[in-house]
Design a binder for this molecule. Structure first.
Ligand SMILES: [Zn+2]
Length: 284
């Protein structure tokens, strides 16, 4: 366990006794317990096994900010608005599911340049966890959603690059597709699109959050009744109807809020850090 230093009065640490130099955003709130950035990154890398899964995303620390972390913001996307909100709530560290860098080096110009500049100007670190956060057996998007839906016998599912990144499970009692869609809407606060190609009663269901419709084939191979994912792809429209499985789409964004929220809970409980989830829905 990394050491956590708790400060009764953060001002008392300043050698002169004077107020430490702060930017106006630091005056919004103060978060006494803090942690070294390097320790937090090590802890996250280990918890998420962040470099183990082949991924287009450059997972791990993408931009280095303040040495000490007092407040952690979590969000789905590393958008300019997310970074601005992280700065406005006084976060030193922003954890996202969709980071800035995908598939190799990119010039730090235009949109990416503006986002990186905003992070650096506000001394905020950016940490990305894409597939490792989908696949994680405790804080993952898919296991998290399976637990929110009270599935039993939850197991890994959906092979990608030699790793299982989704989850599957069973409802103790079969549920009608309509009730299932209602329950998902209640849990996620997002309307659900249903392509009802499978049985009207669902018992065995696979989950791949985000853009997971291509896993309909694997779900059908396993004889599952339905697949829950985030956003549909036109390419996969006919799959449920031709393979006898139902597809339920509850939004790429909303299905992927689950993992970063669970990760934030772990940071609070295990590390004593203060955290904040930034809700910035895309409607997709
Ligand atoms: Zn995604």
């Amino acid at each position: 366990m990394p050491s956590i230093r708790r400060l009764v009065n953060p001002m008392s640490l300043h050698p002169t006794g004077a107020l430490p130099p702060v930017t106006p955003k630091r005056l919004v709130k103060r978060y006494p317990p803090f942690m070294q950035r390097s320790e937090l990154v090590r802890w996250l890398d280990e918890l998420l096994n962040v470099h183990a899964i082949p991924d287009a995303s450059l997972n791990g620390l993408q931009v280095e900010g303040a040495d000490e972390v007092r407040h952690v913001a979590v969000a789905v996307d590393a958008s300019q608005t997310a970074i601005e909100q992280a700065a406005s709530v006084g976060a030193d560290f922003l954890i996202v599911h969709h980071g800035l860098f995908w598939g190799g080096m990119e010039p730090i110009t235009k949109m990416t340049g503006a986002r990186v500049r905003l992070l650096i100007e506000n001394n905020i670190s950016l940490y990305a966890a894409h597939l490792p956060l989908d696949a994680h057996p405790e804080v993952g998007n898919n296991v998290g959603l399976a637990e929110l839906l009270s599935l039993t016998d939850i197991q890994p599912f959906a092979e990608s690059g030699g790793h299982l990144i989704g989850a599957r499970g069973e409802f103790p009692n079969p549920m009608s597709l309509r009730d299932l869609a209602d329950q998902i809407e209640e849990v996620l606060g997002e309307s659900v699109l249903v392509h009802a190609g499978g049985p009207m009663e669902v018992q065995r269901i696979g989950i791949v959050t985000g853009s997971g419709s291509s896993f309909l084939h694997q779900a059908a191979d396993l004889g599952l009744d339905a697949l829950l994912s985030g956003e549909p792809k036109h390419d996969n429209f006919h799959v449920p109807f031709e393979r006898g499985i139902s597809a339920l789409y509850a939004g790429h964004y909303m299905t992927e809020t689950v993992g970063v929220k669970r990760l934030a809970e772990r940071l609070e409980v295990d590390l004593g850090l203060s955290t904040e989830f930034l809700l910035l829905p895309t409607g997709l």
